[in-house]
Ligand binder design. Sequence first.
Ligand code: G6P
Length: 617
Amino acid sequence: MCGIVGYVGKQKAAAIILEGLKRLEYRGYDSAGVCVLQAGKLDVAKKAGRVEVLVKEAARHKFTGTSGIGHTRWATHGGVTDANAHPHVSSDGKLALIHNGVIENYAGMKKFLAGKGYTFKSETDTEALCNLIAYHYAKEPAPKNGGSRFLESVRKALRHVEGTYGIAVLCADCPDEIVAARKASPLVLGVGDQEYILASDAAAIVSRTQNVVYLKDGELVHITPRAFAISTLDQADVSPVVDTITWKVGDADLNGYAHFMEKEIFEQPQALENTMRGRFAEDGSTAQFGGLNLSAAEFRQIDRLLFCACGSAWHACLVAEHLVESFARVPVEVDYASEFRYRNVPLDRNTLCWVISQSGETIDTLAALREAKRKGHRVLAINNVVGSTIAREADGGVYQHVGPEIGVASTKAFTSQLLLGAMIALYIARMRDMSFSDGVQYVQSLKGAPDLVRTVLKQAPKIRKIAKKYAKHADFLFLGRLSLFPVALEGALKLKEISYIHAEGYPTAEMKHGPIALVSEQCPSVFLVPKGDVFNKIVSSMQEIKARKGPIIAVVTAGSEIPPGVADEVIPIPDCHPAVLPIVATIPVQLLSYYIALERGCDVDKPRNLAKSVTVE
Ligand code: G6P
């Protein structure tokens, strides 16, 4: 939540910051602001609304300075107003601050600072921190041994902070300098050619440089025109490690698509190929992973798995549970990360914990990881964003390699997580009871998944027509059984997220125990109908809906015949291996949600009230 950008270099800072904010808008988009240091003054433009609104406002300021900071906000403390937008300037005019996170003890700070004569213009927690830095700056003695009064005042203030932050600070007395710091909110420093660009995410940096330093919790960076130096809250120097971002700026562009969500849905075949690449053993019968940091012998000792995540990633955990239990015969528990962290779950020694998070920054998932580690458990992670906090704090893990996912509603990252869950199930199964030939068949099926997804994507025009027909309905049910129950949950979540339609995902047979009360001509049901043991049972459930005049959209595997007159719409999907089925069945529900949202005129990539990366509790 909230995106932050900072720039120090030879170019005009404002244009670079505004461009960076556009790329970070998925992190929050209710207001935005920029502050440029010019002629010894902190010049701020900030507005409620999208970055486009800020661009117009900034044009009036005619910014020319070569250092500045900018912010795109997802409100936590204080409503969506110009005054609450960041940057905030201290009441003595000396310091400007942008912040991603929550200052939990801001009320006490404000009281203390008000007593010292500092004043406040906003309702935010951030302004309290800004004034606290100003307070320390005013008191800070002249620096000894070439030290920086600016840096030390930020350090002193941060020692009093309870909560989370990614911050960047400008000081009116220090041209071309920024001090930035992080605790639980991401911060990446791009090291360019005679310039530095700081951001919450590499997406805002990659157009200027691919060389980056990922700051760690408790670290501060002091940027000056010629250098940068990293140190800790305890004043210890840190040697920076410069990494290279593997993706390029075009990866985060629309490339002709109308929305990132559309682009990311259609990118899924390639994304799945990238997720699998190099991850099958030479004999073609199992998966292999380079970064688990756990030997095969250690894996064999495990007698229980725990998966934790939030949102779509939690649905991916539920599919992983089904596949691991079915194929590897190892018991699995799935928990919402936000519940796990407070539930005091009893875990035994041979439980292996996994966390799944596209961004690698979701605060609840990070807290779940830390809680499991605190209890002495090994925690592995599935992440997409390389160098993210969760990726760095986990004991090992697997990267998804699907490139940047910008649309707030997860699509390609979700199906890639389903694929990795299926590969983990295979990996463990082959250590236990799965035969060589079943392993080979499983691997061949996974390798065929991208082509099956391509086949389903070809039905987009048909799904669009269905979407048009049902877009005005106010309630939807999504029903699936076994591994497709989580896909039903995901379908309902997608529809809620981007088209604001009330939708519920249920295990098909449970529909009789409550949701059937909603069924009427006005409430369509989306059934996920695979071939197999439960096919006839699902058809019976469909009959029960039909008897109550509920419209039915059925996603049906090839070779299954739904009796005439039962389904109003049929979307066929290819018959496939059970490990691939959840991936293939996800595509129609993604497309349906996307096209319904378009019909309703919704802002697909930036749905109201949501943010892609939830870094506050
Ligand atoms: C937010 C996003 C969801 C996402 C969830 C978990 O709610 O809107 O699309 O599934 O966070 O995100 P993560 O980055 O941890 O996978």
